[in-house]
Design a protein. Structure first.
Length: 133
């Protein structure tokens, strides 16, 4: 199993796949490993994998990119679960601001189906933020 000691890069290389920083496969593996570790209660490993995602993303995108927002959503929930209220609050606020900007930017061009999915996702996150507060 993966842990903070055995990175996704090591696993991919063991399969004979060549990856570079920013490779979507590496990003997705780190994100999935972060989610898995979080659901297993391994907050240290989860934080490691989510921070790896952030490191990958910041080289290519700004903090308004949808994947960057998604990673920060998970990190804010992780910090809340781990009892680190200061970090959770900072990320809840930053992520909420980015979600509102994303909403204002793309909502008008989405189909009705996509509008419902997008709204449902951000509403769920805002509900969690309200519960945190």
């Amino acid at each position: 199993p993966l842990s903070a000691n055995r990175s996704s890069v090591d696993l991919i290389k063991s399969l004979g796949v060549i990856v570079k920083n920013g490779h979507p496969l590496l990003l997705q593996m780190n994100f999935d490993n972060g989610i898995h570790s979080f659901t297993q209660g391994n907050y240290t490993a989860s934080e490691y994998f989510f921070k790896e995602c952030i490191e990958e993303l910041k080289d290519y995108y700004d903090n308004k990119h949808p994947m960057y927002i998604e990673v920060n959503k998970q990190l804010s929930l992780l910090y809340w679960a781990a009892g680190n209220k200061a970090k959770a609050l900072r990320l809840f606020r930053e992520t909420s601001e980015n979600l509102v900007q994303q909403y204002n930017k793309v909502f008008s061009v989405l189909s009705e189906r996509d509008k419902n999915l997008f709204y449902s996702d951000i509403r769920s996150y805002f509900d969690k933020f309200n519960a945190f507060m």
